[in-house]
Design a binder for this molecule. Structure first.
Ligand code: GCW
Length: 699
């Protein structure tokens, strides 16, 4: 059986005779002249892959022979030294070159890089060529990542529960660490290295200071040691109040000398165990987490304290900009978080959309050099579709990191097939106009627009201890796509989907094409049956699964779905123009303009920015109410089409994976119907309009 455990590293046997001949001719063996841990891994991964795919023994070669694959760096190979010094490759520390060359008059495939890790990345890229049945002669590939820190964020708790995790419990078994290194850790590292992920934050942003104790740090060290040869650095979340909880200090004030010293000592301790520790990810003054504002200090004061402690060791601080509180109405105004329902009074005037910008923009220029501000893609919270966060482009003096969510908290979790590359891409491609046309979010975060040398992108991981890692098999594609886009945001979602299908399943066009169509349609389908036309945050309170647009007492006003859709007898949607919260003012004029007029605003963002009358004829040609009905129905229809399409593939994929996806699509169809019925019947109590003719009536 095939349970999906091997992810996209299946390395299936190539059977097409033409390809078998071609690959066999081009590959006689592997030459590698180094015993470094990373190069050894590169060699053994390549051998494993080739032996499986070509079904033959691959011998290590000592001297360059005909059709050898030569792996290495200038340090490990004289030939590579000559090659790299003769051209202008600009590979940096992680880039690689794959080149077919003649060396000593023999045809050779060279996989070279400045550093060992680049060679490993090159090896995985070479393996991918064969996995996807590409030619491997006359290669001339130069590939360098566009973003420096490409990290997963695990929201994993020390008790192995995973916040917003839908794939079992945490893969980190704190109980058996440090003595036991599960094969899963190694396979995790291999999978990440294969797509260029070079960092992992092991613990939940809702942090537990316990992980900073000696007892846990030796466990963290064991993981760091296991991941190091794969180029993966380990990071931890730092709970702001740790000096109080662990240090017995009375305060966590970031300007207090005792507190500063406590963190300095903590960093010294960490780095003595883990010399290449990546740094801290911090959630502060957000959803009840402690932070500098509790001491009348700013986010910059807080971030800089950590930055100072990490600086001597080259560590970084990833400081999250995910803050909100409906009480904030004026820019720059700060509050310490409460937790209860006391904000209910201010529903009408506040706009959560505006808070992150309001709090952080004034701090631009105040952060130390090793601080990155980690901003969620959208202004609210990982909705099926959000406009890009107005912070992108608004803080030129601060390196902004992207935070995507791979795990599908608001996108149907692990019963839903939703391929998220189009969502990531949509945000990365969005134009902020911060330095004129072409100032895309991608170019803000890669540092090119504002000249930053440090850059980062994070994905909240969907990985758990389920047999197939991600709960839904197609969740693997989102992990894969995140890594591929983090490395190169110019790749298209279709290209990535096709790569993933070929590597995960097979190279049969009769399978690839329909699956690609399913994946490409999936996210838009989910938007349609959950939150069409720019609706958002109408999921069930706290679990965020399934529809609950009617909820108005979720504990905090800004958790209430009614706060987000604002349906009333007139219409639906959140007016964020000048007549409303004017959140649009946080964008560059060009962006503001594209969304500020109800008549020209892209229908996909319409209700994000406008309160639109039910019978208003929107620019799709229908009334708002009818369009809403059509969208919900078309979401359901697409899921049914996905089911039928998948059903037609039963003889092209193993039974186990076929059934797995088939059953989940069955659940997804029921969910789509549930969403459509719940939302339309509820919204109809405001619109009081009939369903359009021919419409499948919700019941
Ligand atoms: O998406 C929301 C989640 C919380 C999460 C928070 C955050 C880790 O509902 O579970 O907490 O965002 O990103 O901090």
């Amino acid at each position: 059986g095939n349970d999906g455990y091997k992810l996209w590293l299946e390395y299936q046997k190539v059977s097409a005779p033409r390809l078998v001949r071609q690959y066999n001719e081009a590959i006689s063996g592997i030459v590698v002249k180094s015993q470094s841990a990373t190069l050894k891994i590169a060699e053994s991964e390549l051998r494993l892959a080739l032996e499986r795919m070509l079904d033959k023994k691959i011998s290590p070669l000592n001297i360059a022979a005909h059709n050898a694959i030569l792996l290495g760096t200038p340090e490990s190979s004289a030939e590579i030294k000559t090659m790299l010094s003769s051209g202008n490759f600009s590979l940096g520390d992680e880039g690689f070159v794959i080149q077919s060359r003649r060396i000593n008059n023999m045809t050779t495939t060279v996989i070279a890089a400045n550093k060992d890790i680049g060679v490993l990345y090159g090896v995985f890229a070479f393996i991918r060529l064969i996995q996807t049945h590409q030619p491997i002669n006359n290669l001339s590939i130069i590939n360098v990542p566009k973003i420096k820190n490409r990290v997963l964020n695990h929201w994993d708790n020390l008790n192995r529960s995973v916040e917003r995790g839908y794939a079992g419990i945490s893969i980190w078994n704190w109980h058996t660490l440090p003595g036991y290194i599960d094969q899963r850790y190694i396979d995790y590292a291999r999978a990440n290295a294969s797509i260029g992920i070079n960092g992992t934050v092991l613990t939940n942003v809702n942090a537990n200071s316990q992980v900073l104790t000696q007892e846990y740090l030796v466990k963290v060290k064991a993981l760091a040691d296991a991941f190091r040869p794969y180029g993966i650095k380990v990071y931890l979340t730092a709970k702001f109040s740790a000096p109080i909880e662990l240090g017995g200090i009375k305060t966590a004030d970031p300007l207090n000398q005792e507190v500063i010293n406590w963190w300095k000592n903590k960093c010294r301790e960490i780095y003595s165990l883990i010399p290449d520790f990546g740094g801290f990810l911090v959630k502060a003054n957000s959803e009840g987490q402690p932070g500098p504002q509790g001491y009348g200090k700013t986010h910059a004061d807080g971030a800089n304290m950590f930055a100072g402690a990490l600086e001597p060791y080259g560590g970084i601080v990833m400081w999250r900009a995910f803050v909100y509180d409906v009480r904030v109405q004026k820019e720059g105004e700060h509050f310490t978080e409460g937790s209860g329902g006391e904000h209910t009074q201010t529903i009408a005037s506040g706009d959560r959309f505006k808070q992150a910008y309001a709090e952080f923009k004034p701090l631009d220029g105040q952060f130390k050099k090793n601080v990155l501000l980690q901003v969620k893609n959208g202004p609210i919270d990982f909705q099926p579709r959000e406009p890009f966060s107005p912070l992108f482009g608004a803080m030129p003096q601060t390196p902004l990191m992207m935070e995507f969510q791979i795990t599908q908290e608001y996108v149907g979790q692990s019963t839903t097939l939703a391929y998220l590359a189009p969502m990531f891409k949509e945000c990365l491609d969005a134009d902020t106009y911060s330095k004129g046309k072409g100032s895309t979010v991608a170019r803000v975060i890669d540092g090119t627009i504002d000249g930053h040398t440090v850059s980062g992108i994070a994905g909240v991981a969907n990985i758990g201890n389920d047999r197939n890692w991600t709960g839904h098999l197609f969740g693997q594609a989102n992990w894969y796509a995140f890594g591929r886009l983090a490395w190169n945001y110019d790749l298209s979602p279709e290209t990535i989907a096709e790569e993933w299908i070929r590597q995960t399943f097979n190279n049969n066009d009769a399978f690839i094409n329909p699956v690609k169509r399913i994946m490409s349609a999936s996210r838009e389908a989910v938007i349609n049956y959950m939150t069409p036309l720019g609706l958002n945050h109408i999921m069930g309170t706290s679990h965020h699964y399934g529809p609950a647009p009617w909820v108005k007492n979720a504990g905090r006003a800004d958790w209430n779905p009614v706060y987000y859709h604002k349906a009333d007898s007139v219409g639906i949607g959140f007016d964020r123009t000048k007549t409303g919260s004017d959140a649009l003012a946080q964008y560059a004029p060009e962006v503001r303009q594209q969304w500020s007029d109800m008549n020209t605003c892209d229908y996909r963002y319409l209700l994000w920015f406008h309160h639109v009358p039910w019978n208003y004829k929107i620019n799709t040609g229908s009334t708002l109410w009818n369009e809403l009905c059509y969208r919900y129905q078309s979401g359901v229809d697409t899921v049914r089409w996905m089911q039928q399409t998948w059903d037609g593939l039963d003889n092209l994929v193993d039974k186990e994976r076929f059934q797995h996806v088939r059953m989940l699509l069955g659940i997804q169809e029921q969910e789509a119907v549930w969403w459509r019925n719940a939302c339309l019947l509820y919204f109809q109590t405001f619109s009081k309009m009939p369903f359009p003719p021919g419409f499948e009536e919700p019941y």
